[in-house]
Design a protein around this ligand. Structure first.
Ligand code: FAD
Length: 394
């Protein structure tokens, strides 16, 4: 049977727009569906690696951040300067996502504004998708393959794996406020605050991220009954932003573990948040969404060229080979250090260490653990253990 498209990409966020761009650029017939109209809640911090690998133009960055200030429950502040290693780029998702979708369209992807509802296999292994178009019409579309890039609450994931299969997540909430015109006593437009404090989050962290004219102030937690709004109120107060004009308030689940399977063994592949690919500890998801969009495009193309459905597994395999170890360590870090204020205090103290600072920035900005730094890794590990066992001087 013939199909309308080779691939339908559901979702036009960082993951979907990257997959659609890559497949369209290689001459495949691609449709990208996005329901549009809702700005993705997000702190918008991206590492140098994302800017470089995905050719993100400088105009899209609302700020280039040169340091992070790590804050403990007792109020101790440790400044971690990036120095000449690079910077953290800040993007506003109301501008960034439409730009990514436009880029995919320019590369040849067709676009449809609508909500994916269901999918079904046809006799020959191709698929029919049902989409509620923005105007209210229901449309059916046929395709050889599907990329599910529709975020943390993925409807494609529910359609292929059922409602119970979803990655563990925290709920993240933030408020976008108007930032002061320059540095104040408590707010620095060139530095991100990362707050480890059980009152702010009993199991994750809070943040104040400057975005040029605006700032994102928010918190994540999976603990039921913990008031994220109250925690954000405290963060705003501590940053001297209690009276700043509020532009938007919004929240969304933040998955924290890649799913064991991203594909259905036939012709559907999940990428980005839909597959749970957000780093534990940090909640970083934009770079990983774009990377899995890219790897997903490769896998889908291989399936279409070879007819082998096993090619879909390549996306997860390649991702875990490159980043599985770091995700494992970050998961461990979260389980160890985010559990009590005593531990958080120790953790923040550890951040004073130059080895910790260098390796943290290297691995965040470039997503590579430098081999020649093996001794530094070992020193950090030892210091980590000493802190944990309470063997260091206070
Ligand atoms: C409060 C908060 C703060 C965060 N801060 C950061 C940060 O600072 N840095 C960072 O790297 N990550 C951050 N993240 C995580 C990051 O936002 C996500 O990991 C990233 O957006 C995932 O990209 P994605 O393309 O997989 O999914 P999404 O960005 O969620 O995109 C999914 C797309 O699918 C569309 N869609 C959904 N359902 C349907 C449907 N049924 N039919 C059609 N279209 C549909 C949506 O409109 C959307 O455009 C944060 C997350 C939250 C919640």
């Amino acid at each position: 049977m013939t199909t309308d498209f080779d691939t339908v990409v559901v979702g036009g966020g960082p993951a979907g727009a990257t997959a659609a761009h890559d497949l369209a650029r290689r001459g495949h017939r691609v449709l990208m569906i996005d329901r549009e109209g809702r700005i993705k809640p997000c702190g918008g911090a991206i590492p140098t690696r994302a800017i470089r690998d995905y050719a993100i133009p400088m105009e899209l960055l609302t700020a280039r951040i040169g340091a992070a200030r790590i804050i403990s429950p007792s109020g101790e502040k440790v400044s971690m300067e990036i120095g000449d290693r690079g910077y953290v780029g800040m993007v506003d998702r109301d501008v960034f996502d439409p730009w990514l979708r436009d880029r995919a369209e320019k590369a040849g992807a067709a676009r449809l504004t609508g909500t994916f509802e269901s999918l079904a296999y046809r006799g020959d292994g191709t698929l029919t998708l049902t989409v509620a178009e923005k105007g209210g019409e229901t449309r059916t579309i046929t395709t050889r393959t599907v990329v599910g890039a529709d975020g943390a609450n993925s409807a494609v994931r529910r359609a292929v794996f059922g409602p119970k299969k979803r990655p563990p997540y925290v709920f993240a909430y933030h408020e976008i406020v108007k930032a002061p015109p320059g540095r104040t006593e408590r707010f620095d437009p060139d530095s991100c605050d990362v707050v480890y404090d059980g009152r702010v989050s009993p199991d994750f962290y809070g943040w104040v991220f400057p975005h040029g004219a605006h700032a994102s102030i928010g918190v994540g937690s999976a603990v039921k009954g913990h008031s994220l709004k109250e925690a954000t109120r405290k963060l705003r107060e501590d940053a001297g932003l209690a009276d700043a004009e509020t532009i938007r308030v919004e929240g969304a689940p933040l998955p924290l573990k890649p799913m064991r399977r991203w594909d259905d063994g036939r012709a559907v592949l999940l990428v980005g948040d839909a597959a749970g690919v957000v780093a534990p500890s940090s909640g970083e998801g934009i770079y990983y969404a774009m990377l899995t969009g890219e790897l997903g495009a490769d896998s889908v193309e291989t399936l279409m060229l070879t007819g082998k459905a096993s090619a879909l597994r390549g996306a997860r395999r390649r991702f875990m080979k490159e980043h599985g170890r770091v995700f494992f360590v970050l998961g461990l870090l979260q389980r160890i250090w985010y559990t009590s204020d005593k531990r958080r205090e120790q953790f923040v103290k550890m951040c004073r260490d130059p080895d910790v600072q260098r390796l943290t920035w290297e691995s965040y900005l470039n997503k590579k653990l430098v081999k020649r730094e093996r001794m530094a890794h070992f020193r950090v590990f030892l210091k980590d253990m000493q802190q944990l066992l309470g063997l260091t001087a206070r």
